[in-house]
Write a protein that binds this ligand. Structure first.
Ligand code: NAP
Length: 296
């Protein structure tokens, strides 16, 4: 079979990696693409020797969904978090540069953590305030210093039918038949990982159709459109799930956590929408479809 595009995905077991697997199988334009998924066992981002195995694998596009994502635990595992989220990017970006491959890397709304209180655009100031956020921003910078063919995609409040995430936690808590306290003073944009995976495939296809137009390289926000609080997110989950749960709105102060959360990190995704002619569904529709997948 003649493969026109060879895709390599790091983070086989991530929420996003699992959604890439489904999206690549379902997508009409990826039929003659080949995709290989690597887990931590195959390539460990904390080990340079292990990362160097990537040199032996031929690919045109590398999608890095692997990351240290335990935001609170990161405060006690700073070095490990930095190795995975930042230092590994030096090796990954160098290998992509050597292969002249497109590198797609995911970053976070947490890198902004500014006081603007309006939907954030890519040029807004970045003042990350937790180990996770600082290492994600450093990863972006190391990548950009070593390779120019990249899409850095900053996303937020990711959830899916797989693994543990806010939506799954809410459904589990609902089983206890007790009131659930949820933070109501942090604003953000919940993002269904399936929409992010499909959107990324669309970005790739658009880029290929435009003969790998260099002007498309760069940093993009990507979340489902609209915004809410964690409380609003929970309310919408239970509405679509048809569950009568007593929700109690609380402030961030009532839930002290080791890592600081941005009070406002709504992402403005219009740049990616305009650049790639991409329609991104709203956050409520993402929840509806995720619950359909869970129930099917
Ligand atoms: N989750 C969110 O709310 C959120 C928000 C904004 C941005 N993001 C970003 O979006 C991307 C995808 O997030 P996600 O929620 O899909 O991630 P996830 O489900 O938490 O998965 C993280 C992945 O990284 C892998 N990993 C961890 N340490 C590794 C190591 N040393 N070597 C190799 N692989 C390693 C994990 O492998 P194992 O299964 O073996 O541990 C897992 O596949 C990440 O870049 C994340 O920073 C996430």
């Amino acid at each position: 079979m003649d493969h026109t595009v060879r895709v390599l995905v790091l983070g086989k077991t991530s929420q996003l990696g699992l959604e890439f697997k489904s999206a690549l199988e379902a997508c009409p334009f990826t039929k003659n693409w080949s995709a290989e998924f690597l887990s931590r066992r195959e390539v460990n981002l904390t080990k340079v020797d292990s990362l160097r195995k990537l040199r032996e694998i031929p690919f045109d596009i590398l999608i890095n969904t692997a990351a240290y994502t335990e935001v609170d635990k990161a405060e006690k595992q700073q070095q490990r978090c930095a190795r995975i989220n930042a230092l590994a990017l030096e090796e990954i970006a160098s290998i992509c540069a050597r292969n002249n491959a497109l590198l797609i890397h995911y970053s976070s709304d947490y890198v902004y953590h500014n006081e603007l209180r309006r939907p954030l655009i890519e040029q807004d100031p970045t003042t990350p305030k937790s180990t996770y956020a600082i290492t994600k921003l450093l990863g972006e910078k190391l990548l950009k210093a070593l390779h120019k063919k990249y899409f850095i995609i900053r996303t937020s409040w990711l959830y899916s039918a797989h693994k543990q995430n806010f939506l799954k936690t809410m459904l589990q808590l609902a089983q206890n038949d007790k009131p659930i306290k949820v933070v109501n003073d942090q604003q953000g944009s919940p993002t269904y990982a399936a929409d992010l995976a499909e959107g990324t495939l669309h970005m790739i296809q658009y880029y290929l159709d435009k003969n790998k137009d260099e002007s498309l390289h760069g940093t993009y926000n990507f979340s489902n459109t609209g915004s809410t609080t964690w409380y609003g997110f929970a309310k919408e989950i239970f509405k679509h799930a048809g569950l009568a749960v007593e929700l109690v709105p609380v402030s961030t102060d009532e839930f002290p956590r080791p890592a600081k959360r941005p009070p406002y990190s709504v992402l403005d995704s219009s740049r990616v929408s305009k650049s790639f002619q991409l329609d991104i569904p709203n956050w409520q529709d993402g929840i509806r479809r995720c619950l359909e997948t869970i129930n099917s």
